[in-house]
Design a protein around this ligand. Structure first.
Ligand code: ADP
Ligand code: MG
Length: 302
């Protein structure tokens, strides 16, 4: 069985949540070289912190550099300046406490491997019995126990993204990064996948970091939404999402849900109007400072 106790799934020897932010991003800068040999400044100054067990989204217009930011945070590409730290230690290359789900499941899943073998990849170094148990559990969590022997291309888009979620869950990550994970599926499937992610997050205790251009999705899933400017990107605002949990279709009908979505949209559409109440000055500058709301409180809210 998956451990659903309050300690982080991988955190047997990790410090308590209040000792340091789970993930701290400070002044991250990243430029990419483009075809003519010049440098494109994508990310100018992004800072935020993520507490253990928290769910935050980063929303910004297309081309703002969300994918680049996520790749830089995960160690897939090097950063030019600033820092990314996990419990106070610099993040380099993709660490085993982190899983990533990308938008394009058809590129991230291996078509020549069965569903089971795709999910096996992150745990292939475990003893066979342990790996088998993890795979069974991960497939059960996403409702695909009966599809282990199929190939990804035999499944619908939504099911393939569930395979990607199972592969992300099988290593029992402390942090799940998601890059527009539901952008390539139809609206109804998308809503179901959002609810599935919420359920996984509530039951398994990982922290979530979602980048998306979909404001409603960000508000629906998150404890906080960070609004990103267009390129070169910086954080314009941080908005606390205090909607009750668990969230469901009734949440989407609440006036508060619409008011929060409008507030996020106002920053994306009119960045110059960033109000002082939402300015990201509230980020802890000292990562050892106790967070206002620790993992226990977050868990109660779930
Ligand atoms: N590998 C790359 N090399 C050069 N430029 C890139 C590369 N990837 C993305 N870009 C450019 O960087 C900018 C930000 O891209 P991206 O991070 O994909 O934005 P988003 O995910 O917010 O849509 C875009 O203008 C894009 O064209
Ligand atoms: Mg992108």
């Amino acid at each position: 069985m998956i451990d659903t106790s309050p300690s982080p799934p991988h955190g047997a020897s990790a410090p308590a949540a209040h000792e340091a932010a789970l993930l701290e991003v400070q002044g991250l800068r990243k430029s990419l070289s483009v075809a003519d040999g010049s440098m494109l400044e994508v990310t100018r100054d992004v800072s935020f912190s993520l507490r253990a067990g928290e769910f935050i989204s980063i929303v910004g217009p297309s081309g703002a550099g969300k994918t680049t930011l996520l790749r830089a945070i995960s160690g897939l590409i090097p950063i030019d300046g600033g820092s990314v730290t996990h419990r106070g230690v610099a993040v380099r290359s993709v660490p085993d406490w982190m899983s990533i789900v990308f938008q394009e499941y058809n590129k991230s899943l291996f078509p020549w491997l069965s569903v089971r073998k795709n999910v096996l990849l992150p745990v292939r170094k475990l003893a066979k019995a342990d790996a088998d148990e993890r795979i069974e559990e991960a497939l059960r969590l996403v409702g695909l126990s009966d599809f282990a022997a199929q190939y990804p291309w035999e499944l619908s888009g939504g099911m393939q993204q569930r395979v990607a979620l199972a592969r992300a869950m099988v290593s029992r990550p402390e942090l799940l990064l998601m890059d527009e994970p539901f952008a390539s599926v139809d609206a109804l499937t998308r809503t179901n996948l959002e609810d599935m992610v919420q359920e996984l997050w509530r039951n398994l205790g990982f922290a979530g970091l979602l980048v998306t251009h979909d404001i409603n999705e960000a508000v629906y899933l998150s404890d906080r939404v960070l609004c990103l400017s267009s390129r070169p990107s910086r954080v314009l605002a941080e908005i606390e999402i205090d909607l009750p949990r668990p969230r469901d279709r009734h949440t989407r009908a609440m006036p508060e849900f619409h008011a929060l979505s409008e507030r996020v949209l106002s920053y994306i559409e009119h960045p110059e109007s960033a109000g002082s109440e939402d300015l990201p000055a509230a980020y802890p500058t000292n990562p050892t400072q106790p967070p206002a709301d620790g993992i226990q409180t977050l868990r109660k809210k779930r």
